[in-house]
Design a protein around this ligand. Structure first.
Ligand code: GLN
Length: 453
């Protein structure tokens, strides 16, 4: 814990942590020392972790990296983090993210952007770590924690993991409790770990997952021994390669790495088959209707009364308006505008209802593939390696949204997906491959991920 606290101090230029909690960390570590000395070590005893600022931490500032939450200190702890502390992990601090987890580059945080610890060969230019869990990914990659909590609504665990050479798993929807996590799009949000290795991510997920009566969408299924699954191998498994993920204009290096990934799995005893997910091309536009719609509803609670910031006005309506105008950033406002528009009486059928129908078709595509005996699907994690800080933030929002093309389908279908580092591109930057599994079969993803890692 001390070594990590020192490393955090030296790496403040990365802006990965928005709050360091050294006293709490040292107290937790001292308790761990006692338990170890008494021969009563818990499963994660003394393991120092970072927490995405979207997770409520009791008495510790939790802002979702938005000005609107100001100095909010929750009187409760999220279920996922409380399970990590129950198992002996140590909290180092709160990690930066895109405001309300909206973004793919960690440039929308009120605390400023996170810097990716990686650089292109022969260049000092700063790169984004991906988003929205950019602080989590950068902190793990820069050795500022042994693992971190993260959330994934449309790729926010897997894309930053791919941009930083780390491992990120988004479990099946319902696997981890959403209780105490700031809501973005409730039907898509899932918590998961970002870690250095497949095995570390399996160990962390074991503690994070599990049924919670406080979240009605949390599923009452036993949590398997994920760590045991890591070394299971892929002999006899059928891995699908979805032809619709071969996009026009995709860098040849990514295409080649994808091919290599298939060869590694084949060499380890898996059967590789081509599969079709015909509705893939509609996933991104449908996601950018469903996610803002749910966000506009979830974010209605920030009214200057219940949490954080309040800007006074002459009456309550003006107070609402001024608070929300001052408290939300540009991207968040854009999502609220899109969301209220697609949910409005005149446009509901044309946009929101249509997007929900598309969502069903996407889910069915996966069901057909899995019904044909396929155990997991192999795809790229992102359409590029990490891009430059400011490079896309100043372009059109759609260009930023295109980053999520390989990740959003998984959230729309509620499936588990893991991003695993698979190699470096010609600029020396990490590239990730993604494995998508059957519902509640994270074990196969750990087994296949281990072969690729
Ligand atoms: N980049 C996507 C978005 O901006 C996904 C974000 C996420 O998964 N939280 O909506």
């Amino acid at each position: 814990t001390r070594a990590h606290l020192e490393a955090m101090e030296k790496a403040r230029a990365l802006n990965a942590y928005v709050l360091e909690t050294p006293e709490r960390a040292l107290a937790m570590a001292a308790e761990s020392d006692k338990r170890i000395a008494a021969g009563e070590a818990r499963p994660l005893e003394g393991i120092p972790l970072g927490v995405k600022d979207l997770f409520a931490t009791e008495g510790v500032r939790t802002t979702a990296c938005s000005a609107i939450l100001d100095d909010f200190r929750p009187p409760y702890e999220s279920t996922v983090t409380s399970q990590l502390w129950r198992d002996g992990a140590v909290m180092l601090g709160k990690l930066n993210n895109d405001e309300f987890a909206m973004g793919s580059s960690n440039e929308t945080s009120v605390f400023g952007p996170v810097v990716n610890p990686w650089r292109r060969k022969g260049s000092d230019a700063k790169l984004v770590p991906g988003g929205s869990s950019g602080g989590s990914a950068a902190a793990v990659a820069a050795r500022l924690c042994l693992g971190a909590t993260a959330t994934d609504t449309g790729g926010s665990i897997r894309q930053p993991a791919a941009f930083t050479g780390t491992v990120g798993i988004k479990p099946t929807y319902g696997r981890c409790s959403r209780w105490g996590i700031v809501a973005f799009a409730s039907s898509l949000d899932q918590a998961g770990p970002i870690a250095r290795t497949v095995r570390d991510s399996a160990i962390l997920l074991r503690s994070m997952a599990g049924h919670d009566p406080k979240d009605t969408t949390s599923v009452d299924l036993p949590v398997p021994d994920y760590e045991a699954a890591v070394t299971r191998g892929v002999k006899g498994l059928k891995i699908g390669i979805p032809k619709e993920y071969r996009l026009d204009g995709m860098p040849a290096e990514i295409e080649a790495l994808w091919q290599k990934g298939a060869e590694w799995l084949k060499a380890a005893g898996a059967e590789i088959v081509e599969v079709s997910l015909p509705h893939t091309k509609y996933a991104l536009p449908a996601y950018y209707i469903v996610a803002p719609a749910e966000a506009s509803s979830n974010l209605a609670r920030y009214d200057g009364v219940r949490y954080g910031l309040r800007v006074p006005g002459k009456d309550i309506v003006e107070m609402y308006e001024k608070t929300r105008a001052a408290g939300f950033g540009r991207e968040v406002k854009r999502r609220i505008m899109i969301g209220t528009y697609v949910l409005s009486a005149g446009y509901y059928d044309a946009y929101y209802l249509r997007a929900q129908k598309v969502r069903t078709l996407i889910k069915r595509d996966f069901e057909h593939v899995y019904a044909s005996g396929v155990d997991a699907i192999l795809a790229p994690a992102t359409p590029s390696s990490a891009f430059g800080l400011g490079e896309k933030a100043n372009a059109s929002p759609v260009e930023m949204y295109l980053n999520d093309v390989f990740t959003v389908t998984v959230n729309m279908a509620g499936l588990p997906g893991i991003a695993v580092p698979a190699g470096l591109d010609s600029q020396g930057l990490p590239l990730g491959l993604q494995l998508i599994g059957r519902p509640f079969d994270e074990e196969t993803l750990f087994a296949a991920g281990q072969v690729i890692e």
